[in-house]
Write a protein that binds this ligand. Structure first.
Ligand code: F6R
Length: 364
């Protein structure tokens, strides 16, 4: 049931504030002072490193989580796509927690990677949407993302719920490892609690996105740029666009541009820059200006402050609400999804059933 929406994807994008609220209430107590994990929990003081493995969108959620766990919890994190990880058969050091992210919980490569780690890693943790799935059942600790059934082939609400669950886990780890005081934890949990409201505001940019999407739909290639935790978001934006609009899109870390990809830039290649006004903003903007100096057509996704400081001369700007930089990856998923959706609509493709794709990839 599409509840009046034209596509499941549109419905699932729109229901993110609601499902996120449920996930937050599940893990965070009423006064936003503590996190409750399912049994048997996880002792983060004993962890030396984490290995995160997934495919597709879930892989990008892991890449964001790497920034979070390393920055706030001080845990070294390695991230890999399941199809590479499983055949590389990497050595596993003691004290490694293996974490698997999967919407379906049945992805063949992710499940095989989990089975490879069984008996080698200190703990197997999974972040899944389907609690009775194979990946959930074969883990020592399974964290539900509580996104509800996702029908659109392009993952949307599962991604923001994966990120939210991983953010909560990273905060829990930082606090347990003495890197965050009770007051700091409580502040961050409070900010997380505010996410549904902020996502609602973000959904308000839909009309603006429609207006740029018709022009994007004419492009043959589109580049996405981001730095820090926005780099995985650039990847997610490019993946979503490829999947449903069939436009070739690539993501680069902003700083990598001058090492090759800037050669692609001309007035026919739109460049989408995801840059909240955070500590890395100036660096990203200087990369953006390099693109503009070569005639590149820039769509800047930023906040009010970012737009005021750097919006001059860009093709167009999409303005997001202000947010705690730690939580920006969750918020910036929304414009990435809406851009892909409306570009696909402008092209007339079948967004819920993109060609060649299946919702759950249970064969390798
Ligand atoms: C992208 C998408 C895929 C999945 C990937 C992993 O929109 O849906 O990239 O994210 O196939 O699937 P799960 O999360 O079920 O393991």
């Amino acid at each position: 049931d599409k509840s009046g929406y034209k596509h499941f994807m549109a419905k699932e994008i729109a229901e993110q504030p609601t499902v996120l609220q449920g996930a937050l209430a599940h893990y965070i107590n009423a006064d936003a002072t503590a996190v409750t994990l399912p049994e048997p929990g996880l002792d983060f003081t004993q962890i030396e490193r984490m290995t995160m493995v997934a495919c597709g969108t879930a892989f990008y959620a892991c890449l964001v989580a790497k920034y979070w766990f390393e920055q706030i919890a001080g845990i070294p994190v390695e991230v890999d796509v399941a199809s590479e990880f499983r055949y590389r058969e990497p050595p596993v050091t003691p004290g490694t927690v293996a974490l698997f992210v999967s919407q379906s919980g049945e992805t063949a490569d992710t499940l095989a990677a989990l089975r490879y780690m069984d008996g080698k890693a200190a703990k197997i943790v999974s972040v899944v949407n389907v609690p009775e799935s194979s990946i959930a059942r074969e883990s020592n600790l399974s964290l539900p993302i509580l996104a509800g059934t996702e029908i659109g082939v392009a993952s949307t609400k599962a991604f923001t719920c994966q990120l939210t669950t991983l953010a909560i886990l990273a905060l829990n780890a930082a606090h347990a490892r003495g890197r965050m005081t009770d007051a700091e934890l409580s502040e961050k949990l409070g900010n997380l609690r505010g996410m549904p409201g902020i996502l609602n505001l973000a959904l308000g940019v839909e009309d603006k996105i429609k207006s740029v999407a018709s022009e994007l739909s004419e492009a043959r290639d589109i580049l996405f740029l981001g730095r820090g935790a926005m780099y995985p978001l650039a990847h997610e934006g490019a993946l979503k666009l490829k999947e449903i609009s069939y436009i070739h899109a690539e993501a680069y870390a902003s700083g990598e541009l001058k090492h090759g990809p800037i050669a692609l830039v001309d007035q026919h290649v739109p460049v989408i820059v995801m840059a909240p006004r955070d500590a890395l903003f100036d660096k990203t903007i200087s990369n953006m200006q390099e693109v503009m100096a070569r005639g590149g057509k820039v769509l800047l996704i930023t906040d009010q402050k970012g737009a005021a400081e750097a919006g001059q001369g860009v093709w167009d700007t999409i303005v997001m609400p202000e947010i705690d930089p730690f939580l920006a990856p969750i918020l910036y998923a929304v414009p990435a999804q809406l851009l892909a959706y409306h570009t696909a609509i402008a092209k007339g493709t079948d967004v819920d059933q993109p060609r060649n794709l299946a919702k759950s990839v249970t064969v390798e």
